[in-house]
Design a protein around this ligand. Structure first.
Ligand code: FES
Length: 94
């Protein structure tokens, strides 16, 4: 899950070109050094935060799998996992 300019984006933690390979090199390290893209730490592929589209790397043109996410009336960020809403963060401003 990435917050950017008032929006929240959520994607499955798996590269589109290599099955269940997770993206970060350590826990919660999903962005490249510039903070402008989601990055696959294993191969350096870069993905647009707002769309999940790979713009550089072995899966260029493919997309991360997005997940439905919304902010509820209590200002909590909620993501739907396997058809069930799960509260990920208690405050949407953080
Ligand atoms: S596993 Fe696909 S770019 Fe790294």
């Amino acid at each position: 899950m990435v917050r950017r300019e008032g929006c929240v984006y959520a994607y499955h933690d798996a590269c589109p070109h290599y099955g269940d390979t997770t993206l970060p090199w350590r826990q919660d390290a999903y962005l490249d050094p510039s903070g402008e893209h989601i990055m696959c730490a294993a191969h350096g592929a870069l993905f647009e935060i707002s769309t999940g589209r790979c713009v550089s790397g072995p899966c260029e043109g493919q997309y991360l799998t997005s997940m439905p996410v919304y902010i509820n009336d209590a200002d909590e960020v909620v993501v739907t996992l396997n058809g069930t809403d799960s509260q990920i963060r208690s405050d949407s401003s953080s």
